[in-house]
Design a protein. Structure first.
Length: 140
């Protein structure tokens, strides 16, 4: 299996809380940034999804905090899609400091929504294959 998609982020001072480390909600922003960066790398844009009448919907997200991130820290945020063949799929993400220490792990249960009918698509894999110019990052 190839390495998961990864994007680097730098912690900005305003993202920290009174304790001096990254506010818990910011981890979700980092994860979302990596997801959209990965979609763009495969050739998928928000405009392309809207034109097809579909969009991703997060159904559940879990964050496991491991080590703190501080202002000025750089971290790599990975993104890997895991398919089970149903209407939903998982996105597994790791936020890793430059020394290799895992700062957080994010798992999201996601589906692809038909925006007109407001229902999950039966096979989101087919939708991603159709939208992407390179679906290999999805493991497809």
């Amino acid at each position: 299996m190839s390495e998961p998609f990864s994007v680097r982020v730098t912690v900005r001072g305003y993202e920290t809380d009174v304790l001096g480390h990254v506010n818990q909600s910011v981890y979700l922003n980092y994860a979302e940034h990596a997801r959209w960066s990965m979609l763009h790398a495969t050739g998928i844009s928000q405009a392309k999804m809207l034109a097809k009448g579909v969009g991703p919907v997060a159904l559940e997200t879990t964050i496991r905090f491991r080590r703190e991130l501080l202002a000025g820290d750089d971290a790599d945020v990975t993104c890997a899609f895991e398919w089970d063949g149903g209407k939903t799929f998982r996105i597994e993400q790791t936020i890793r400091k430059m020394d290799g220490t895992v700062a957080a792990e994010v798992t999201a249960l996601v589906g692809m929504l038909d925006l007109k009918n407001r229902k999950l698509l039966a096979d989101p894999q087919d939708c991603f294959k159709e939208l992407a110019t390179d679906a290999s990052l999805f493991g497809l």
